[in-house]
Design a protein around this ligand. Sequence first.
Ligand SMILES: *Cc1c(COP(=O)(O)O)cnc(C)c1O
Length: 380
Amino acid sequence: MLNAPQASRSTMAVPLLDLKAQYAALREEMLRAVVGVLESQDLTNGKPVRELERRIAADHGCRAAVGVSSGTDALLCSLMALEIGTGSEVITTPFTFFATAGSIWRAGARPVFVDIEPDTFNLDASRLAGVITDRTKAILPVHLYGQMADMEAILNVAKPRGLAVIEDAAQAIGASYKGHPAGTLGTAGSLSFYPTKNLGGLGDGGMILTQDEKLAERMRVLLNHGQSSEYHHAWVGGNFRLDSIQAAGLLVKLDHLAHWTARRQENARRYDELLAPCDAIVRPVVRAGNVSVFNWYVIRAPRRDAMKAFLAAAGIGTKIYYPLSLHQQPCFASLGYRPGDFPQSERAAAEVLALPVHPELTEAQLEYVAAKVREFYAGR
Ligand SMILES: *Cc1c(COP(=O)(O)O)cnc(C)c1O
């Protein structure tokens, strides 16, 4: 019999995320940053945006970083800058947040899915060659839950064929693959500052990383309606500008990111220890050469929905990322995919559950979550 910590006898509130706790610790600094922007009235794409770009580019050893309005717009702007649109195909994973494939579609291109690896939940690079056509323009891997996809294998397919690689690193800021930071190995890499990401803003925001300064220049034009000089438009772009207030808030938080990431990694290690005796579940697998930043700690759980309800009754917040594979979304019906086309992705959608792993999680909360997970499976 496993000995459950005492806390498991009564319920304890464990939110999936605790943004209020994060804010409480940074309150004074955040208020100063926000007031600074208000005083300057330099409201969009202003000085704090330049400073954030400079810092993030430097942290990533990247030649350029381009602040944009969201992670979604980072993907869309990257595709537009690479002139990937009507008539093009972009290969991606069906097991990701909607924005990945939605951006391909909105650029006018066709999302082409390949199934995922069952252990990492990331795009299975061994399947890429089988779906490449003369219309293929890019591969768009996602670094899901904070762990990078197998970039070497992906680049080995892309490079000889002249395909662009756009990394969706929305969940993976600070992660690395064989020492290379997420977002820096492809033609472009996109980051999101949505509040649930490891570096979350005061609302929406995103950034594009690239080693190609010419491409970055084009992105800077596209993010402001393709305006090459005032009211002269070389291309049709969009409004993908990042607000100064977002950048100012993010600059405050950026100083804490390394510490928060270390806390997430430590929480994941503790879960690994405490959940090791629970044979029923599958814990996250981090590949050799990868450093995961654990945007989510995702287990595979038999009788997942019952387990989620059991944890909810115990006061524990969990979430399913993602319950429906993108090839099964009604809006993509015209792509012609059918249930069963991507069995690994469909199976993951039925089994995954994200446990609270955020940096503010206390040891008592973590032990309580682990005890409840074990309790659910004990004797079943
Ligand atoms: C969050 C997320 C996005 C979109 O980012 P937003 O900033 O919310 O637009 C794209 N892809 C993945 C994998 C994400 O998790």
